[in-house]
Ligand binder design. Structure first.
Ligand code: SF4
Ligand code: SF4
Length: 389
């Protein structure tokens, strides 16, 4: 992640341009934020970037995956391993925050007690007192109007009243430089939103609305996966932190707001078993080494980074370790056509509204079908030959 001299010069030029443009277009929100950051970097008085990470309807699997990230690790990000990012402060995380309760620090002049109040951090975040803020959400967000007299998801309580996750999110998002939905539940509703979805669970971008834009002028950024791989998460954070510092343009997003640099390919396009698909050789039961299309693999319709960025330290690719892909990064997961997980796709069921995906899937399935038919015809000829000999 080191910036080379040429990149550094380019960054300086970008910063100078941003600062000039912000004078010409003083009302542009993103330019103003970028110009402020650029000015602070040049003057050497930059503040830490704050990460506020809130779980709602989640199993915490994405946080566990985050702890397994290695390239970069979350520790690398937090201890300022990246010179150009500077200090990053994880101010709030329901299971990892140190800022909880009372800390007693031994000092030369006696104990120094520092009281941390987690709920106070949440309150500050939703009233714009924590900036610049990267708001990270994990888990789906429910429709509290369906909760009757109770509530579905709270992230703490204030004055005896629950802080409802969905309400808090809609307020805090107004002050975020960027909003990142980590994992399929936060991105698209995921398992909590699966049919029949009793809590009315939704992904963050549905809660905030399709026109939502963060301080950097970005929509919600989705990093789906069940869970999202740790390195997919930290690479997205590293990119956004550099964007907050005006050192990188925002990541390009696909139609489902996923970073293209991660979700460009389908699992099928890079699967190690792909050669068997092309050859029309399919596993009939688990433990066989061939393509698992007939066992229910959804790799042909699932865009996922796993074949280029496996789960932990280059190891762990679902289809290469004997499991079918169940399409956990897809907006429709866990419903049809991803489930039943072990049922083969009916025909070339294709990624929603993606012309390239449609062509690829049709091509792939037709290719296999043609190969299969050719093999069948060849076999029939061989059988006939044997019969006539
Ligand atoms: S169908 Fe699944 S197992 Fe077969 S090649 Fe494609 S991704 Fe791999
Ligand atoms: S390969 Fe399929 S099941 Fe595995 S992480 Fe990717 S989308 Fe999910």
């Amino acid at each position: 992640m080191k910036l080379k001299r040429r990149a550094l010069l380019k960054s300086a030029l970008v910063m100078a341009s941003i600062m000039t443009l912000s004078k010409i277009l003083p009302d542009d929100k993103m330019l103003k934020l970028a110009a402020d950051e650029a000015r602070k970097i040049l003057q050497g008085d930059e503040e830490p970037i704050h990460i506020i990470w809130v779980h709602s309807q989640s199993c915490s699997g994405d946080s566990v995956a985050l702890l397994n990230a290695t390239d970069p690790s979350i520790v690398d990000v937090l201890i300022g391993q990246f010179k150009n990012i500077g200090e990053v402060s994880l101010d709030f995380h329901q299971t990892l925050s140190p800022q909880w309760g009372v800390d007693v620090i031994k000092g030369g002049k006696g104990d120094i007690a520092k009281e941390w109040d987690a709920v106070e951090i949440l309150e500050k975040a939703k009233s714009g007192e924590i900036t610049p803020m990267l708001l990270v959400l994990e888990g789906a967000f429910p429709d509290e109007s369906k909760a009757g007299e109770g509530y579905w998801s709270s992230i703490g309580s204030l004055n005896g009243e629950p802080i409802k996750a969905t309400e808090w999110l809609t307020e805090a998002a107004n002050y975020a430089a960027a909003v990142v939905a980590i994992g399929t539940c936060a991105a698209f509703g995921g398992i909590p939103a699966g049919t029949p979805n009793p809590t009315g669970a939704k992904g963050v971008y549905e809660i905030l609305g399709k026109d939502y834009r963060s301080g950097l002028g970005l929509p919600v950024i989705n990093v789906p996966g069940c869970p999202a791989g740790g390195d997919w998460q930290t690479k997205t954070f590293a990119h956004l932190l550099l964007t907050v510092k005006s050192l990188l343009p925002p990541p390009e997003l696909d139609e489902y707001l996923r970073p293209v640099f991660l979700y460009r390919n389908t699992v099928h396009e890079r699967c190690g078993r792909g050669i068997w698909y092309s050859a029309g050789k399919f596993s009939k039961e688990f433990s066989q080494p061939y393509c698992m299309y007939e066992l229910g693999c959804k790799g042909p319709i699932s865009n996922c980074p796993i074949t280029t960025i496996p789960f932990v330290e280059g190891v762990g690719i679902c289809t290469e370790y004997g499991s079918v892909c169940i399409g956990c990064t897809d907006p429709r997961f866990p419903d049809s056509p991803l489930s039943p997980f072990l049922k083969a796709l009916p025909a070339p069921t294709v990624p929603i509204e993606t012309a390239a995906g449609i062509a690829a899937a049709i091509g792939a399935v037709l290719g296999a079908s043609i190969t299969y038919k050719a093999r069948k015809a060849k076999k029939e000829i061989e059988v006939k030959k044997e019969g006539s000999e």
